[in-house]
Write a protein that binds this ligand. Structure first.
Ligand code: SF4
Ligand code: SF4
Ligand code: FES
Length: 558
Protein backbone atom coordinates (compact mmCIF):
# COMPACT_ATOMS: atom_id res chain seq x y z
CA UNK A 1 0.00 0.00 0.00
CA UNK A 2 1.49 3.39 -0.90
CA UNK A 3 2.30 5.51 2.12
CA UNK A 4 -0.25 8.27 2.75
CA UNK A 5 -0.32 10.80 5.54
CA UNK A 6 -3.63 9.58 6.91
CA UNK A 7 -2.09 6.19 7.61
CA UNK A 8 -0.33 7.89 10.51
CA UNK A 9 -3.45 7.59 12.61
CA UNK A 10 -3.36 3.85 12.17
CA UNK A 11 -0.90 1.58 13.92
CA UNK A 12 0.57 -0.27 10.95
CA UNK A 13 2.79 -3.27 10.57
CA UNK A 14 2.35 -6.73 11.95
CA UNK A 15 5.38 -7.19 14.16
CA UNK A 16 4.58 -4.57 16.78
CA UNK A 17 1.99 -4.71 19.49
CA UNK A 18 -1.27 -2.97 18.59
CA UNK A 19 -2.22 0.19 20.42
CA UNK A 20 -3.83 0.01 22.93
CA UNK A 21 -2.22 -3.25 24.12
CA UNK A 22 -4.00 -6.50 23.34
CA UNK A 23 -6.06 -7.81 26.20
CA UNK A 24 -7.68 -11.00 24.94
CA UNK A 25 -9.98 -12.19 22.18
CA UNK A 26 -13.71 -11.78 21.73
CA UNK A 27 -15.86 -13.22 18.94
CA UNK A 28 -17.87 -10.71 16.94
CA UNK A 29 -19.74 -10.64 13.63
CA UNK A 30 -18.95 -7.75 11.33
CA UNK A 31 -21.11 -7.39 8.24
CA UNK A 32 -22.07 -11.05 8.52
CA UNK A 33 -18.41 -12.16 8.77
CA UNK A 34 -17.57 -14.05 11.98
CA UNK A 35 -14.25 -12.80 13.30
CA UNK A 36 -12.09 -12.40 16.36
CA UNK A 37 -11.41 -8.95 17.80
CA UNK A 38 -9.37 -7.79 20.75
CA UNK A 39 -11.37 -6.95 23.86
CA UNK A 40 -9.81 -3.47 23.77
CA UNK A 41 -11.01 -2.76 20.23
CA UNK A 42 -13.64 -0.20 19.50
CA UNK A 43 -15.85 -0.99 16.53
CA UNK A 44 -13.58 0.92 14.11
CA UNK A 45 -10.51 -1.12 15.07
CA UNK A 46 -12.39 -4.42 15.12
CA UNK A 47 -13.71 -3.75 11.62
CA UNK A 48 -10.28 -2.70 10.41
CA UNK A 49 -8.92 -6.13 11.38
CA UNK A 50 -11.16 -7.79 8.79
CA UNK A 51 -10.73 -5.13 6.12
CA UNK A 52 -14.03 -3.33 6.74
CA UNK A 53 -13.68 0.46 6.72
CA UNK A 54 -15.74 2.49 9.15
CA UNK A 55 -15.08 6.10 8.16
CA UNK A 56 -14.02 8.59 10.83
CA UNK A 57 -12.57 12.05 11.26
CA UNK A 58 -12.24 12.80 14.96
CA UNK A 59 -11.15 9.35 16.18
CA UNK A 60 -7.41 8.77 16.54
CA UNK A 61 -6.11 5.58 18.15
CA UNK A 62 -3.66 7.49 20.34
CA UNK A 63 -6.05 10.19 21.57
CA UNK A 64 -9.05 10.24 23.87
CA UNK A 65 -12.45 9.71 22.23
CA UNK A 66 -14.32 12.91 21.38
CA UNK A 67 -17.33 11.56 19.46
CA UNK A 68 -17.31 14.82 17.57
CA UNK A 69 -17.74 14.14 13.87
CA UNK A 70 -20.50 11.43 13.84
CA UNK A 71 -19.03 9.92 10.68
CA UNK A 72 -18.43 6.54 12.33
CA UNK A 73 -22.03 5.65 13.22
CA UNK A 74 -22.97 2.00 12.63
CA UNK A 75 -25.69 -0.41 13.74
CA UNK A 76 -25.17 -3.16 16.33
CA UNK A 77 -27.19 -6.06 17.70
CA UNK A 78 -27.20 -4.27 21.09
CA UNK A 79 -29.23 -1.32 19.81
CA UNK A 80 -31.34 -2.44 16.84
CA UNK A 81 -32.71 0.43 14.76
CA UNK A 82 -30.30 2.94 16.34
CA UNK A 83 -26.94 4.22 15.17
CA UNK A 84 -24.00 4.09 17.61
CA UNK A 85 -20.56 5.70 17.30
CA UNK A 86 -17.97 3.13 16.23
CA UNK A 87 -15.21 5.13 17.93
CA UNK A 88 -16.89 5.11 21.35
CA UNK A 89 -18.43 1.65 21.53
CA UNK A 90 -16.19 -1.29 22.38
CA UNK A 91 -16.66 -4.84 21.18
CA UNK A 92 -18.09 -7.53 23.41
CA UNK A 93 -18.61 -11.25 23.03
CA UNK A 94 -21.15 -12.08 20.33
CA UNK A 95 -21.77 -8.48 19.22
CA UNK A 96 -23.07 -8.10 15.67
CA UNK A 97 -21.91 -4.95 13.89
CA UNK A 98 -23.46 -3.82 10.62
CA UNK A 99 -21.76 -1.05 8.66
CA UNK A 100 -23.72 -1.09 5.43
CA UNK A 101 -27.40 -0.58 6.26
CA UNK A 102 -29.35 2.21 4.47
CA UNK A 103 -29.42 4.19 7.76
CA UNK A 104 -25.63 3.98 8.12
CA UNK A 105 -25.12 5.01 4.50
CA UNK A 106 -27.54 7.93 4.81
CA UNK A 107 -25.79 9.13 7.97
CA UNK A 108 -22.42 9.03 6.23
CA UNK A 109 -23.80 11.03 3.31
CA UNK A 110 -25.49 13.53 5.61
CA UNK A 111 -22.32 13.95 7.70
CA UNK A 112 -20.31 14.70 4.59
CA UNK A 113 -22.88 17.23 3.46
CA UNK A 114 -22.78 18.85 6.89
CA UNK A 115 -18.97 18.97 7.07
CA UNK A 116 -18.91 20.56 3.62
CA UNK A 117 -21.62 23.18 4.25
CA UNK A 118 -19.13 25.95 4.99
CA UNK A 119 -16.06 24.30 3.53
CA UNK A 120 -14.55 26.37 0.69
CA UNK A 121 -13.75 23.28 -1.46
CA UNK A 122 -10.49 24.95 -2.48
CA UNK A 123 -8.74 21.65 -3.10
CA UNK A 124 -6.71 22.98 -6.08
CA UNK A 125 -4.74 25.28 -3.75
CA UNK A 126 -4.80 23.07 -0.65
CA UNK A 127 -1.64 21.26 0.44
CA UNK A 128 -3.71 18.44 1.92
CA UNK A 129 -5.17 17.66 -1.48
CA UNK A 130 -4.23 14.11 -2.39
CA UNK A 131 -3.99 12.96 1.23
CA UNK A 132 -7.20 14.44 2.65
CA UNK A 133 -9.89 12.42 4.40
CA UNK A 134 -12.55 14.98 3.45
CA UNK A 135 -11.67 14.71 -0.23
CA UNK A 136 -11.52 10.92 -0.17
CA UNK A 137 -14.68 10.48 1.87
CA UNK A 138 -16.64 12.84 -0.37
CA UNK A 139 -15.91 10.54 -3.29
CA UNK A 140 -16.65 7.43 -1.26
CA UNK A 141 -19.62 8.39 0.92
CA UNK A 142 -21.33 11.40 -0.67
CA UNK A 143 -20.42 12.24 -4.25
CA UNK A 144 -23.48 14.45 -4.77
CA UNK A 145 -23.78 18.03 -6.06
CA UNK A 146 -24.13 20.69 -3.36
CA UNK A 147 -27.70 21.66 -2.42
CA UNK A 148 -26.50 24.93 -0.89
CA UNK A 149 -27.82 28.13 -2.46
CA UNK A 150 -26.72 30.67 0.16
CA UNK A 151 -23.34 32.17 0.94
CA UNK A 152 -20.98 30.08 3.07
CA UNK A 153 -19.72 31.39 6.39
CA UNK A 154 -16.28 32.90 5.73
CA UNK A 155 -13.48 32.48 8.26
CA UNK A 156 -9.81 33.34 8.70
CA UNK A 157 -7.99 31.88 5.71
CA UNK A 158 -4.40 32.18 6.86
CA UNK A 159 -3.82 32.43 10.58
CA UNK A 160 -0.24 31.80 11.65
CA UNK A 161 -0.53 29.79 14.87
CA UNK A 162 3.20 29.46 15.51
CA UNK A 163 6.59 29.19 13.83
CA UNK A 164 5.69 25.95 12.06
CA UNK A 165 1.92 25.79 11.72
CA UNK A 166 -0.64 27.88 9.81
CA UNK A 167 -4.42 27.50 10.23
CA UNK A 168 -7.17 27.80 7.64
CA UNK A 169 -10.41 28.24 9.59
CA UNK A 170 -12.67 27.61 6.59
CA UNK A 171 -11.34 24.12 6.09
CA UNK A 172 -11.51 23.10 9.76
CA UNK A 173 -14.17 20.51 10.61
CA UNK A 174 -13.64 21.03 14.38
CA UNK A 175 -12.74 17.43 15.02
CA UNK A 176 -10.48 18.61 17.94
CA UNK A 177 -7.76 16.10 17.18
CA UNK A 178 -5.19 18.92 17.30
CA UNK A 179 -6.48 20.17 20.66
CA UNK A 180 -6.42 16.69 22.18
CA UNK A 181 -2.94 16.02 20.81
CA UNK A 182 -1.55 19.15 22.45
CA UNK A 183 -3.25 18.29 25.75
CA UNK A 184 -2.60 14.58 25.88
CA UNK A 185 0.56 13.78 23.90
CA UNK A 186 2.60 16.98 23.78
CA UNK A 187 1.33 17.79 27.29
CA UNK A 188 1.42 21.46 26.30
CA UNK A 189 -2.22 22.64 26.10
CA UNK A 190 -1.63 25.43 23.61
CA UNK A 191 -4.71 24.94 21.38
CA UNK A 192 -8.42 25.27 22.11
CA UNK A 193 -11.77 25.61 20.38
CA UNK A 194 -12.75 29.31 20.39
CA UNK A 195 -16.13 30.86 19.59
CA UNK A 196 -19.55 29.24 19.22
CA UNK A 197 -21.71 27.60 16.58
CA UNK A 198 -20.60 28.13 13.01
CA UNK A 199 -18.12 30.77 14.23
CA UNK A 200 -16.15 28.16 16.19
CA UNK A 201 -12.49 27.90 15.31
CA UNK A 202 -9.20 26.55 16.63
CA UNK A 203 -6.87 29.07 18.22
CA UNK A 204 -4.23 29.81 20.80
CA UNK A 205 -4.50 32.03 23.83
CA UNK A 206 -4.05 35.65 22.63
CA UNK A 207 -0.37 36.53 22.41
CA UNK A 208 0.77 32.97 23.08
CA UNK A 209 1.61 31.22 19.82
CA UNK A 210 1.86 27.49 19.18
CA UNK A 211 5.52 27.15 20.14
CA UNK A 212 5.62 23.49 21.15
CA UNK A 213 8.47 21.46 19.68
CA UNK A 214 5.82 18.87 18.77
CA UNK A 215 3.48 21.24 16.90
CA UNK A 216 4.14 19.64 13.50
CA UNK A 217 2.26 16.53 14.61
CA UNK A 218 -0.98 18.51 14.64
CA UNK A 219 -0.50 19.01 10.90
CA UNK A 220 -0.02 15.27 10.42
CA UNK A 221 -3.16 14.32 12.30
CA UNK A 222 -5.43 17.10 11.02
CA UNK A 223 -7.69 15.04 8.75
CA UNK A 224 -8.28 17.98 6.41
CA UNK A 225 -6.24 20.92 5.13
CA UNK A 226 -6.93 23.19 8.10
CA UNK A 227 -3.52 22.88 9.77
CA UNK A 228 -0.62 23.10 7.38
CA UNK A 229 3.14 23.03 7.70
CA UNK A 230 4.58 26.47 6.98
CA UNK A 231 7.69 24.68 5.75
CA UNK A 232 5.96 22.42 3.21
CA UNK A 233 3.11 24.77 2.26
CA UNK A 234 3.00 25.38 -1.51
CA UNK A 235 6.41 23.69 -1.94
CA UNK A 236 5.09 20.97 -4.25
CA UNK A 237 2.04 18.79 -4.84
CA UNK A 238 2.12 15.68 -2.69
CA UNK A 239 1.59 13.30 -5.59
CA UNK A 240 4.97 14.28 -7.04
CA UNK A 241 6.74 13.41 -3.79
CA UNK A 242 8.41 10.03 -3.60
CA UNK A 243 8.27 8.50 -0.12
CA UNK A 244 11.20 6.42 1.22
CA UNK A 245 11.58 4.84 4.67
CA UNK A 246 14.27 6.76 6.51
CA UNK A 247 15.44 7.90 9.94
CA UNK A 248 15.71 11.34 11.48
CA UNK A 249 19.34 12.28 12.06
CA UNK A 250 18.46 15.16 14.39
CA UNK A 251 19.30 13.34 17.63
CA UNK A 252 20.15 9.92 18.97
CA UNK A 253 16.52 8.83 19.35
CA UNK A 254 16.48 7.71 15.70
CA UNK A 255 12.84 8.51 15.04
CA UNK A 256 11.49 6.53 12.12
CA UNK A 257 10.55 8.76 9.20
CA UNK A 258 9.36 8.76 5.65
CA UNK A 259 11.56 11.06 3.60
CA UNK A 260 9.68 12.84 0.80
CA UNK A 261 11.83 13.71 -2.21
CA UNK A 262 11.38 15.00 -5.73
CA UNK A 263 14.38 14.70 -8.02
CA UNK A 264 17.48 15.18 -5.88
CA UNK A 265 15.73 17.53 -3.41
CA UNK A 266 14.22 16.56 -0.07
CA UNK A 267 10.81 18.10 0.74
CA UNK A 268 9.69 16.76 4.07
CA UNK A 269 9.94 14.20 6.83
CA UNK A 270 6.79 12.50 8.05
CA UNK A 271 6.76 10.13 11.02
CA UNK A 272 6.82 6.39 10.35
CA UNK A 273 5.27 4.16 12.96
CA UNK A 274 7.64 2.52 15.41
CA UNK A 275 6.09 1.89 18.78
CA UNK A 276 9.42 1.45 20.57
CA UNK A 277 11.09 4.58 19.17
CA UNK A 278 8.75 7.42 18.24
CA UNK A 279 5.25 5.88 18.18
CA UNK A 280 3.79 8.01 15.34
CA UNK A 281 5.33 11.36 16.27
CA UNK A 282 8.32 13.60 15.46
CA UNK A 283 9.66 16.69 17.14
CA UNK A 284 9.68 19.87 15.05
CA UNK A 285 13.45 20.28 15.09
CA UNK A 286 13.93 16.80 13.75
CA UNK A 287 11.09 17.18 11.27
CA UNK A 288 12.84 20.19 9.73
CA UNK A 289 16.32 18.65 9.85
CA UNK A 290 15.83 17.22 6.33
CA UNK A 291 16.90 20.68 5.10
CA UNK A 292 20.51 19.62 5.72
CA UNK A 293 20.14 17.39 2.66
CA UNK A 294 19.51 20.42 0.44
CA UNK A 295 21.49 23.34 1.81
CA UNK A 296 25.17 24.37 1.76
CA UNK A 297 26.21 21.07 0.24
CA UNK A 298 29.75 20.45 -0.88
CA UNK A 299 29.18 19.24 -4.42
CA UNK A 300 32.70 18.83 -5.79
CA UNK A 301 36.10 17.97 -4.33
CA UNK A 302 37.95 21.14 -3.32
CA UNK A 303 41.33 22.15 -2.02
CA UNK A 304 42.16 24.83 0.57
CA UNK A 305 40.99 28.18 -0.79
CA UNK A 306 37.88 26.50 -2.24
CA UNK A 307 39.55 25.46 -5.52
CA UNK A 308 37.38 22.82 -7.17
CA UNK A 309 39.00 19.77 -8.71
CA UNK A 310 37.75 16.64 -10.45
CA UNK A 311 37.13 13.37 -8.62
CA UNK A 312 39.96 11.37 -10.19
CA UNK A 313 42.50 14.09 -9.42
CA UNK A 314 41.14 14.53 -5.88
CA UNK A 315 41.48 10.80 -5.13
CA UNK A 316 45.04 10.77 -6.48
CA UNK A 317 45.92 13.90 -4.47
CA UNK A 318 44.38 12.53 -1.28
CA UNK A 319 46.15 9.18 -1.65
CA UNK A 320 49.45 10.98 -2.32
CA UNK A 321 48.94 13.20 0.75
CA UNK A 322 48.14 10.27 3.07
CA UNK A 323 50.74 7.74 1.84
CA UNK A 324 53.80 9.30 3.55
CA UNK A 325 51.84 9.76 6.79
CA UNK A 326 51.04 6.08 7.41
CA UNK A 327 51.82 5.14 11.00
CA UNK A 328 53.36 8.47 12.06
CA UNK A 329 52.32 9.72 15.52
CA UNK A 330 51.39 13.18 14.24
CA UNK A 331 48.61 11.75 12.06
CA UNK A 332 45.11 11.82 13.54
CA UNK A 333 41.85 10.27 12.36
CA UNK A 334 38.45 11.80 13.02
CA UNK A 335 35.30 9.71 12.51
CA UNK A 336 31.89 11.36 12.73
CA UNK A 337 29.09 10.08 14.94
CA UNK A 338 26.77 11.24 12.14
CA UNK A 339 27.99 8.63 9.63
CA UNK A 340 26.15 5.37 9.07
CA UNK A 341 27.43 2.27 10.89
CA UNK A 342 28.65 0.92 7.55
CA UNK A 343 30.63 4.10 6.86
CA UNK A 344 32.08 4.02 10.37
CA UNK A 345 33.12 0.38 10.01
CA UNK A 346 35.03 1.11 6.81
CA UNK A 347 36.49 4.31 8.29
CA UNK A 348 37.85 2.25 11.21
CA UNK A 349 39.21 -0.34 8.78
CA UNK A 350 40.90 2.52 6.92
CA UNK A 351 42.34 3.97 10.14
CA UNK A 352 43.69 0.63 11.34
CA UNK A 353 44.71 -1.26 8.23
CA UNK A 354 45.59 1.56 5.84
CA UNK A 355 46.85 4.35 8.09
CA UNK A 356 48.20 2.05 10.82
CA UNK A 357 46.53 3.82 13.76
CA UNK A 358 44.82 2.37 16.82
CA UNK A 359 42.97 5.44 18.05
CA UNK A 360 40.45 7.79 16.44
CA UNK A 361 38.78 10.98 17.55
CA UNK A 362 35.01 11.17 17.62
CA UNK A 363 33.39 13.92 15.57
CA UNK A 364 29.81 15.09 15.62
CA UNK A 365 27.54 17.81 16.82
CA UNK A 366 27.56 19.25 20.31
CA UNK A 367 24.99 18.09 22.83
CA UNK A 368 21.82 20.14 23.07
CA UNK A 369 18.52 20.19 24.89
CA UNK A 370 16.55 17.00 25.42
CA UNK A 371 13.12 16.32 26.91
CA UNK A 372 11.30 13.52 28.70
CA UNK A 373 9.64 12.19 25.55
CA UNK A 374 11.48 11.79 22.21
CA UNK A 375 14.23 14.38 22.10
CA UNK A 376 17.62 13.25 23.34
CA UNK A 377 20.48 15.56 24.35
CA UNK A 378 22.94 13.78 22.07
CA UNK A 379 22.31 15.41 18.71
CA UNK A 380 24.25 12.77 16.74
CA UNK A 381 22.27 9.85 15.36
CA UNK A 382 24.98 7.22 15.59
CA UNK A 383 27.41 7.60 18.48
CA UNK A 384 26.74 4.00 19.51
CA UNK A 385 27.49 2.89 15.94
CA UNK A 386 30.87 4.58 16.21
CA UNK A 387 31.64 2.70 19.43
CA UNK A 388 30.62 -0.60 17.79
CA UNK A 389 32.80 0.10 14.74
CA UNK A 390 35.80 1.09 16.87
CA UNK A 391 35.37 -2.02 19.02
CA UNK A 392 35.32 -4.24 15.92
CA UNK A 393 38.85 -3.02 15.09
CA UNK A 394 40.15 -2.68 18.65
CA UNK A 395 40.44 1.08 18.24
CA UNK A 396 40.34 3.51 21.16
CA UNK A 397 37.97 6.48 20.82
CA UNK A 398 39.03 9.92 21.99
CA UNK A 399 36.91 13.05 22.18
CA UNK A 400 36.75 15.91 19.72
CA UNK A 401 38.04 18.24 22.46
CA UNK A 402 41.15 16.06 22.85
CA UNK A 403 41.75 16.39 19.11
CA UNK A 404 41.51 20.18 19.09
CA UNK A 405 43.87 20.31 22.11
CA UNK A 406 46.40 18.05 20.37
CA UNK A 407 46.26 20.17 17.20
CA UNK A 408 46.78 23.31 19.28
CA UNK A 409 49.82 21.73 20.98
CA UNK A 410 51.23 20.63 17.60
CA UNK A 411 50.95 16.92 18.52
CA UNK A 412 48.62 16.31 15.57
CA UNK A 413 49.75 17.97 12.35
CA UNK A 414 47.89 15.88 9.78
CA UNK A 415 44.30 14.65 9.85
CA UNK A 416 42.14 12.22 7.90
CA UNK A 417 38.52 13.02 8.74
CA UNK A 418 35.64 10.73 7.79
CA UNK A 419 32.87 13.28 8.17
CA UNK A 420 33.34 16.80 9.45
CA UNK A 421 30.29 18.58 10.64
CA UNK A 422 29.36 22.14 10.00
CA UNK A 423 29.36 24.69 11.45
CA UNK A 424 32.11 24.57 14.06
CA UNK A 425 33.83 27.01 16.39
CA UNK A 426 37.07 25.08 15.88
CA UNK A 427 37.77 26.09 12.29
CA UNK A 428 40.76 28.26 13.20
CA UNK A 429 42.37 25.35 15.04
CA UNK A 430 41.99 23.10 12.00
CA UNK A 431 43.68 25.64 9.69
CA UNK A 432 46.88 24.88 11.65
CA UNK A 433 46.98 21.36 10.18
CA UNK A 434 49.58 20.85 7.46
CA UNK A 435 47.57 18.07 5.83
CA UNK A 436 43.81 17.84 6.34
CA UNK A 437 41.95 15.41 4.09
CA UNK A 438 38.25 15.55 4.94
CA UNK A 439 35.03 13.91 3.80
CA UNK A 440 32.43 16.62 4.22
CA UNK A 441 28.75 16.93 3.30
CA UNK A 442 28.68 20.69 3.73
CA UNK A 443 31.13 23.22 2.36
CA UNK A 444 31.10 25.55 5.34
CA UNK A 445 32.53 24.97 8.81
CA UNK A 446 35.51 22.66 9.17
CA UNK A 447 35.45 21.55 5.54
CA UNK A 448 36.59 25.02 4.50
CA UNK A 449 39.84 24.44 6.43
CA UNK A 450 40.62 21.15 4.62
CA UNK A 451 43.57 20.87 2.26
CA UNK A 452 41.48 18.36 0.31
CA UNK A 453 37.71 18.11 0.90
CA UNK A 454 35.78 15.25 -0.71
CA UNK A 455 31.97 15.61 -0.93
CA UNK A 456 30.15 13.21 1.35
CA UNK A 457 26.69 11.76 0.69
CA UNK A 458 24.17 12.18 3.50
CA UNK A 459 21.89 9.47 4.84
CA UNK A 460 19.04 10.31 2.46
CA UNK A 461 21.36 9.56 -0.46
CA UNK A 462 22.57 6.11 0.50
CA UNK A 463 21.57 2.89 2.26
CA UNK A 464 22.82 2.35 5.77
CA UNK A 465 21.99 2.01 9.43
CA UNK A 466 22.19 3.94 12.70
CA UNK A 467 22.26 2.60 16.26
CA UNK A 468 20.09 4.76 18.48
CA UNK A 469 20.68 5.88 22.07
CA UNK A 470 19.50 2.64 23.62
CA UNK A 471 21.09 0.32 21.06
CA UNK A 472 18.38 -0.15 18.44
CA UNK A 473 20.00 -0.87 15.07
CA UNK A 474 17.75 0.63 12.38
CA UNK A 475 18.05 0.92 8.64
CA UNK A 476 17.47 3.88 6.34
CA UNK A 477 17.05 3.59 2.59
CA UNK A 478 18.46 5.65 -0.27
CA UNK A 479 15.85 8.21 -1.25
CA UNK A 480 17.69 10.35 -3.83
CA UNK A 481 20.78 10.22 -5.96
CA UNK A 482 23.79 11.74 -4.15
CA UNK A 483 24.12 15.48 -4.75
CA UNK A 484 26.91 16.53 -7.14
CA UNK A 485 29.95 14.28 -6.85
CA UNK A 486 29.20 13.20 -3.30
CA UNK A 487 29.44 9.55 -2.29
CA UNK A 488 29.34 7.59 0.94
CA UNK A 489 32.36 7.47 3.27
CA UNK A 490 32.81 3.75 2.62
CA UNK A 491 32.89 4.45 -1.15
CA UNK A 492 35.54 7.18 -0.70
CA UNK A 493 37.61 4.87 1.54
CA UNK A 494 37.38 2.10 -1.06
CA UNK A 495 38.46 4.48 -3.84
CA UNK A 496 41.42 5.68 -1.76
CA UNK A 497 42.44 2.12 -0.94
CA UNK A 498 42.42 1.25 -4.63
CA UNK A 499 44.52 4.36 -5.35
CA UNK A 500 46.97 3.13 -2.70
CA UNK A 501 47.23 -0.25 -4.47
CA UNK A 502 45.00 -2.20 -2.04
CA UNK A 503 41.97 -4.36 -2.72
CA UNK A 504 38.62 -3.99 -0.98
CA UNK A 505 35.40 -5.97 -0.73
CA UNK A 506 33.40 -2.92 0.28
CA UNK A 507 31.23 -2.51 -2.79
CA UNK A 508 27.90 -1.74 -1.10
CA UNK A 509 26.61 -0.84 2.35
CA UNK A 510 25.07 -4.28 2.64
CA UNK A 511 28.39 -5.95 1.76
CA UNK A 512 30.13 -3.80 4.36
CA UNK A 513 27.63 -4.80 7.05
CA UNK A 514 27.73 -8.47 6.23
CA UNK A 515 31.54 -8.67 6.04
CA UNK A 516 31.73 -7.12 9.51
CA UNK A 517 29.26 -9.39 11.28
CA UNK A 518 32.06 -11.80 12.16
CA UNK A 519 34.30 -8.97 13.41
CA UNK A 520 31.87 -7.25 15.73
CA UNK A 521 30.38 -9.00 18.78
CA UNK A 522 27.69 -6.29 18.91
CA UNK A 523 26.22 -7.13 15.50
CA UNK A 524 27.15 -10.82 15.47
CA UNK A 525 23.56 -11.85 16.22
CA UNK A 526 22.27 -10.00 13.14
CA UNK A 527 23.09 -12.35 10.27
CA UNK A 528 22.24 -9.99 7.43
CA UNK A 529 20.57 -6.74 6.56
CA UNK A 530 17.13 -8.14 5.99
CA UNK A 531 17.18 -9.41 9.58
CA UNK A 532 17.11 -5.77 10.74
CA UNK A 533 13.58 -5.42 9.33
CA UNK A 534 11.49 -2.26 9.24
CA UNK A 535 11.56 -1.63 12.98
CA UNK A 536 15.17 -2.48 13.77
CA UNK A 537 16.67 -4.82 16.35
CA UNK A 538 17.96 -4.03 19.82
CA UNK A 539 21.68 -4.83 20.16
CA UNK A 540 22.95 -6.11 23.50
CA UNK A 541 24.82 -3.91 25.95
CA UNK A 542 23.37 -0.44 25.39
CA UNK A 543 20.10 -0.36 27.34
CA UNK A 544 20.27 2.50 29.86
CA UNK A 545 19.40 2.00 33.53
CA UNK A 546 17.26 5.13 33.63
CA UNK A 547 14.76 6.26 31.03
CA UNK A 548 13.27 9.68 30.43
CA UNK A 549 9.73 9.62 31.83
CA UNK A 550 7.79 9.11 28.59
CA UNK A 551 10.52 7.82 26.26
CA UNK A 552 9.29 4.87 24.16
CA UNK A 553 11.34 1.76 24.84
CA UNK A 554 11.72 -1.80 23.53
CA UNK A 555 8.50 -3.70 24.00
CA UNK A 556 6.58 -0.57 24.96
CA UNK A 557 3.07 0.04 23.74
CA UNK A 558 2.55 3.63 24.83
S1 SF4 B 1 -7.60 22.15 12.73
FE1 SF4 B 1 -7.73 20.09 11.86
S2 SF4 B 1 -7.30 18.76 13.60
FE2 SF4 B 1 -7.80 20.75 14.45
S3 SF4 B 1 -10.00 20.68 14.83
FE3 SF4 B 1 -9.75 21.56 12.78
S4 SF4 B 1 -9.90 19.80 11.41
FE4 SF4 B 1 -9.53 18.98 13.44
S1 SF4 C 1 13.33 13.38 18.68
FE1 SF4 C 1 15.35 13.34 17.73
S2 SF4 C 1 15.26 11.72 16.20
FE2 SF4 C 1 13.14 12.23 16.81
S3 SF4 C 1 12.44 13.75 15.32
FE3 SF4 C 1 13.30 14.86 17.04
S4 SF4 C 1 15.45 15.23 16.52
FE4 SF4 C 1 14.68 13.63 15.17
S1 FES D 1 -14.98 9.13 14.74
FE1 FES D 1 -16.70 8.64 15.95
S2 FES D 1 -17.70 10.50 16.21
FE2 FES D 1 -15.93 11.03 15.05
Amino acid sequence: MPFVKQALDTPTGTTVAPYPPASGNVNVVIDRIECVADANDNLIEAARRVGVDIPYFCYHPRLSIAGQCRMCLVETSDAPGRLVPGCQVRVKEGLKIITDTPAVKENQRACMEFHLVNHPVDCPICDQSGECKLQDYFMQYDHKPSRLHVLKVGKEKREVLGPNVVYDGERCILCTRCVRFMNEVAEEPQLAVMGRGDHSRIGTFPGEPLTSNYSGNTVDICPVGALLSRDFRFATRVWYVQETPSLCAGCSNGCNTVLGTKGDLAYRYLPRHNEAVNQVWLCDEGRLSYHALNTDRLLQPTGRGDVATNVGQAIADAAAALKPLVGIPKLGVLVSARLSLEEQLVAMHFAKNVLGLSRVFCGGTKVGKGDDFLVREDKDPNRNGLLIAADAYGIAVRSFEELTAEIERGEVKALWAAGVDAPSDSRDTFTKLEVFVALAAHGNGLASAATIALPLALHGEQDGSFVNWYGRLQRFRQATVPRGESRSAWAWCSALMKALGMTTKHESAQAVFETHVALSPAIAAVPNWSAIGDEGVVLPGFLPKEWPRRAPRPGSTA
